[in-house]
Design a binder for this molecule. Structure first.
Ligand SMILES: [Zn+2]
Length: 113
């Protein structure tokens, strides 16, 4: 369960950012996860709540966006969205692929007052 490690890292960034811009309360955190990170949003949210308990972010709403995986075929050059973990080119079936998108893990924005 790697959600708790990620939750701790992101919570630290949220609290640090909130301190820097003098927020007294964090109301919402918008997060993007690439599908390849394989986050289970419910588990992540639970871990995040544990981490921010008794902090200014304890009531923050989480908005989690899962970014689909996109790959580029190194053989024929086409790019495509990966579905159902089938990691092969749609056109030529090559498995020589590069990741264009889907490994992201970042906080898009933090809202507060
Ligand atoms: Zn191909």
């Amino acid at each position: 369960m790697h959600e708790s490690g990620i939750a701790e890292d992101l919570a630290a960034i949220v609290l640090e950012t909130a301190r820097r811009v003098n927020l007294s309360k964090v109301t919402k955190v918008n997060i993007s996860f690439g599908q390849m990170i394989q986050i289970v949003p419910d588990i992540f949210e639970f871990a995040f709540r544990e981490t921010v308990r008794n902090s200014i972010a304890e009531d923050a709403e989480l908005d989690i966006e899962i970014v689909p995986v996109k790959m580029k075929c190194m053989n024929c050059g086409s790019d495509f969205q990966v579905k159902e973990n089938r990691f092969a080119c749609n056109i030529c079936r090559s498995t020589d692929l590069g990741i264009i998108q889907g490994k992201e893990l970042f906080i898009k924005s933090i809202e507060g007052e």
